[in-house]
Structure formats: C-alpha cells, structure tokens
Design a protein around this ligand. Structure first.
Ligand SMILES: Nc1ncnc2c1ncn2[C@@H]1O[C@H](COP(=O)(O)OP(=O)(O)OP(=O)(O)O)[C@@H](O)[C@H]1O
Ligand SMILES: [Mg+2]
Length: 577
C-alpha cells in the first residue's frame, strides 16, 4: 500500500493523488467493525452463550445482552465505536435485538468489503444499501400479522421469545405475563405511549426468579424509623423535602459553648424547635412520613425520630432524590419543601403502608392508593447478584418488546424466518435491477443470511445444511419456516410460538444499514492532537493510519480464555501490516 504522489511541476495546477489511502482507511474501518460483530455473535439466539465481563475495578457482569456487552468493552477504534453506538441506538429504539443489529452490520460490512474489492464505488454501495434497507422494511411488513393489545396471549408469546435467549429463560412463563401486565398498567391510551420510567424495578437478593412480583402500588427500598410503627392502616402520607434536625452553622464556622447553663439552653431550644415541627405534622393528620435524603445535614435527628415514634407516625427514611418524581406520580401528591406548606390537602391516602421483610432486608409497600397514578413497581428476586442483575436486564428487554407492540401493533415469526424471507425476496427483486445495483442488492440479501446461519451455529446444528434447507422452504412459499432450536430442525416456527415485534426487526435492518452506509462514506481519519495530552488517539505507522488494535477490551473472558494484552498487540501489529 504505497502512497502515490504525482506532483506536476509543469502546468498551472498541481495534482495530488493518493488513491490507496481511502481504501486502506475503509478496509481498516471494516476490519474494526467486523471484530466488534464477531465479539457478540456467539451470544445470539436461545442457545447463544453468555459473556462474563470483568471491569477494571474487578466488578464482574454476566450477560447475554448485546448492548450491555458492548457498553462494558473498552473500544478504541472510532469505527468500532460506531457499532457500539448502533447497539445503543437499537436499545433506545426497540430495546431488544441489540445483538442482531450488530451481527447484521458486521455481515453488511463484510459484503461491502467484497464489493469494494470488485471495484464498485463506495457511494454506489451506500446508495444501494439504503434502497435495499427500505425494500426490507416493505418485505417485513408484508409478512407481519397485526396484533391486538387485548390479545394478551400474543403479547406474552412475544415477551417469552425475548426472555428465551436469556439466563432466565426457564422462568419465561412467570416473567412473560408479569411484563405484559406491567406495561399494560402504565400504557397511556391517549398518547398511545409507554414511559419506561413509570415501571420501577427493585432488586432484592434472595429467593429465586420465580418469586419476582408486580405490585399494584408503591414499593420503596427504604427502612422505617426505629421505634415507631411499621404498619399503618388508612394511611395519610406526606412526602417532605425539609429536614427535621437542628440547623447547622456554615461549613467553616464553629460555635463553642463552654457555659453549662448556655448548653442547657441550646438543648432546650433544639427540643422546642423539633417538637414544633413534629406537632405541625401531626396536626395536619399525617401518619406516614416519607423523608427525602439530605446531603447537607441529617434529614432526621434522633430526637425527631423519638417524637415521631411517640406520636405514632411511621417514618420512611432515606428516600432518594430521583425517586421523588415516581412517588409523586404514584401517590398523586406533591413533595412538601417547607413546614409552612405542610397541610392536610398535600397528603396522599392509602389503605395500607407496611414494612415487609424481603430477602436479607426489608421494603416498604404502599397498597390501596386512593388516587393512584399510572405506575407499577416490580420486585426482582434472584439467588445471587449476577443473576439478579441479568434478570433485571432481561425483564427490561421483555418490557421493551411489549412497548414496541404498543408503538407498532404487528408481530412476525422469529427463528431466522424474517431474515431468510428478506434475503429471498430481495434477491428476487435484484433480478429486476441492472448494473452495479443488482450486485449490491444481492450482496445485501446474502449478508442477511448471517442471522439464521449464526442461530444454527450457536444451537449446535450444521449451519450450511440448516440455512440451505431454510432457503428451500422459503422458496416453496413457507414464509414462517424457521429454525426450531429445540427439535434441531426447520419447522413452522409459529407452532413453537416464537413471535417477535415487527419494529425490532425493521429497526435492526434500518439502523444497521445506516451505520454501514456512514462507514462506507468515510475516506480519511484525521488525528486531532489535544494540547498537553501525550497519548496518541490512533496508532500511526509509517505515515499510515491503522486499526491497531481494532478493539481492546478491558479483559474479556470469552470461551474461558483470557485475552492477554500481548495477544492483542500481536493482532494490532497484524492489522498494521
Ligand atoms: N425459541 C426460539 N427458537 C428459535 N429462534 C429464536 C427463539 N427465541 C429467539 N429466537 C431468535 O433469536 C434471536 C434473538 O436472540 P437474542 O435475544 O439473543 O438477541 P437479540 O434480541 O438480537 O439481542 P438482545 O436480546 O441481546 O438485545 C432472534 O432472531 C429470534 O428470532
Ligand atoms: Mg433478545
């Protein structure tokens, strides 16, 4: 890859030709992108493997979620970062399909590389990819079936398909209906929207995932004040943002009291001050007090707790600042910022507030709320921290699947059926085209076969035999033929109830094609040196920019093998050559 500089000494214009550099940059970007896709490929599908990721601080995560795997990796190459962003974009748009989108993008990049080697111009590839992606959406829509939000069975099946590929798959019969119920409880029919912030998940170590429950009310991961009641019926709840403790001096100041009588006066004052606040709270009719955490001083002094307990007011301490909005929405009340505003009309009513033991600690449950807002709380249980966190991520994916069905009410068969159908229809459509476009459409179609190929590979089936049979079945107009991983054969995947939202597949193809298009359009990487920063943003080798190393995970323990830095450096060197 030598650079060609042609400088014409004679003539008015001097020409600078560097034909190889854009190609080298493009290939380097493609290599980096493919490396990211390969890193998550083994996690695809119900028989996909999980990754154990160890962060620099020693924290370990076990996950199957594509977006989480990529988020945790330390990716250096800018083009590889685009694939990480792609997965994030899919997570925001659809919530599921974050592995699929990256695998498709990797395959499209590989196809583009072959097209580039054939001499097709990157702009032609980019434009054809855009048209092909649009055509794919049409094909997917034509094979989708509308779904009614009242048809809970279909919704549960879609949630179960998403949960099937996770560690928690054996509990999909419990979690599926729970997710449907949760989303339908917060669904806003007027805006036709679901705000995921209205579903609060509380992780509690202990018990098994089977014991996950949805509470039609409010659950707070807080403790009640010691000495006071821990169960109140017919509750009048007040949420305060002010402190019930003696005021503090400014940071730098100190008050030294050496006289005993003066000290006594200070204590008397403090007692009177706190008692005044507690009496005002009691007078307003409040019997459950939620107190926001304070960083300036103690939100509640011991004396305040003592008085509140005496007056039979249940205290819920340490309510987080970020939970205030959710609590207000659930209880249909407003937070009270000062004692002057503590009036009975600011209080919320509920049938029961109680502290219940859950696992190793306790939670506060509020049920029978009088004017309950559109929110739900879900208690996630798990036998260890890693399973618990993965369960939360899996439930989040399943919730997003139902949200997708609310946004676009259509489902398609899973198990590689949509990708194979797109591949087939797209190559048939390619026959009607001419020139380079036909080449590009064909390449795009073939690239989509990576999904059924990977699903078969991860399920331990023969990928080539499986993909060819699947292709034949689709050619015989069996649109719903898919890979049945349980039977290890190609069957009508609808009989297995493997359904997924249309939006997940359309957005995966669209977003993947868009990212590949933008990578195709890059012909140079400019290094901008930050003044005072010694580190090089990218490695430069003899004037050439190379993808060394394309990705440098902190420490990915893939397939039981620790990738050492020495190994990574070798890969980097190879990429430079
Ligand atoms: N029971 C099943 N049989 C066959 N294929 C299935 C089954 N369940 C799911 N799939 C397929 O597995 C793929 C989804 O796998 P997976 O959930 O691991 O990845 P993802 O959804 O792309 O990413 P993530 O869930 O990490 O965001 C889809 O193509 C889906 O059709
Ligand atoms: Mg999934």
């Amino acid at each position: 890859m030598g650079e060609t500089k042609v400088a014409k000494a004679s003539g008015s214009s001097s020409e600078y030709k560097d034909k190889d550099k854009p190609t080298a940059i493009r290939f380097s970007n493609i290599t980096a992108g493919k490396a990211v896709a390969d890193a998550v490929r083994t996690s695809l599908g119900p028989r996909g493997m999980d990754k154990m990721i160890q962060a620099g601080n020693g924290e370990v995560t076990i996950t199957n979620d594509g977006a989480t795997i990529l988020k945790q990796m330390e990716v250096l190459h800018p083009a590889a970062k685009m694939l990480v962003e792609l997965s994030k974009a899919q997570d925001i748009e659809a919530g599921d399909g974050t592995t699929t989108v990256v695998v498709i993008a990797g395959s499209l990049l590989e196809a583009a590389q072959k097209l580039l080697l054939k001499g097709i111009h990157p702009t032609a590839i980019s434009e054809s990819y855009q048209k092909a992606a649009r055509k794919c959406s049409e094909i997917l829509e034509s094979m989708s079936t509308p779904v009614d939000l009242k048809d809970k069975n279909s919704l549960c099946q879609s949630a179960s398909t998403s949960l099937c590929s996770k560690v928690v798959s054996q509990y999909s019969n419990v979690l599926g209906p729970l997710c449907v119920e949760a989303v339908m409880s917060v669904y806003d029919p007027i805006d036709n929207s679901v705000d995921m912030k209205d579903i609060k998940m509380i992780k509690k170590l202990g018990s098994t995932i089977e014991d996950c429950e949805m509470i039609d009310g409010l659950v707070l991961d807080c403790r009640s004040g010691s000495g006071g009641p821990s169960k109140i019926e017919k509750a009048k709840i007040g949420l305060i943002q002010f402190c019930i403790s003696p005021p503090k001096t400014d940071m730098e100041n100190q008050v030294v009291v050496s006289d005993y009588t003066q000290m006594d006066r200070v204590l008397q004052e403090e007692r009177a001050y706190i008692l005044n606040i507690v009496k005002a709270i009691k007078k307003a009719g409040c019997n459950v007090l939620l107190v926001q955490k304070s960083i300036l001083r103690d939100a509640l002094s011991d004396l305040a707790l003592h008085f509140l307990a005496k007056m039979k007011i249940m205290v819920v301490k340490d309510v987080e600042r970020e939970d205030i909005e959710f609590i207000c929405k659930t209880l249909s009340c407003k937070p009270i910022a000062s004692l002057d505003h503590f009036t009975s009309d600011m209080l919320a009513s509920a049938d029961l507030v109680e502290e219940v033991p859950t696992g190793t600690s306790k939670v506060i449950k509020v049920t029978g709320i009088a004017k309950k807002g559109r929110t739900v709380s879900v208690i996630v249980r798990g036998s260890n921290k890693l399973v618990l966190e993965e369960a939360e991520r899996s439930i989040h994916d399943a919730l997003c699947v139902i949200r997708c069905l609310v946004k676009k009410r259509a489902v398609i068969a899973g198990g590689g059926a949509p990708e194979m159908e797109m591949a087939l229809k797209l190559s048939q459509f390619a026959n009607t085209l001419t020139g380079m476009e036909q080449y590009c459409f064909r390449a795009f179609a073939d690239a989509l076969e990576i999904i059924p190929f990977t699903l078969a590979e991860n399920a331990g089936l023969n990928p080539i035999a499986t993909v060819t049979e699947l292709r034949n079945r689709h050619a015989n107009n069996e649109k719903t033929a898919g890979i049945n991983v349980r039977k290890g054969a190609i069957t009508n995947i609808l009989e297995e109830n493997v359904l997924q939202p249309l939006l997940v597949s359309t957005s995966a193809v669209q977003l993947a094609a868009e990212t590949v298009r933008s990578i195709m359009k890059i012909d140079d990487i400019c290094l901008v040196w930050e003044i005072g920063k010694k580190e090089k943003p990218l490695e430069v080798n003899e004037g050439r920019i190379c993808a060394a190393p394309p990705i440098r995970p902190k420490r990915v323990l893939a397939e039981g093998r620790v990738t050492s830095h020495a190994e990574e450096d070798k890969t980097g060197e190879m990429a430079c050559r």
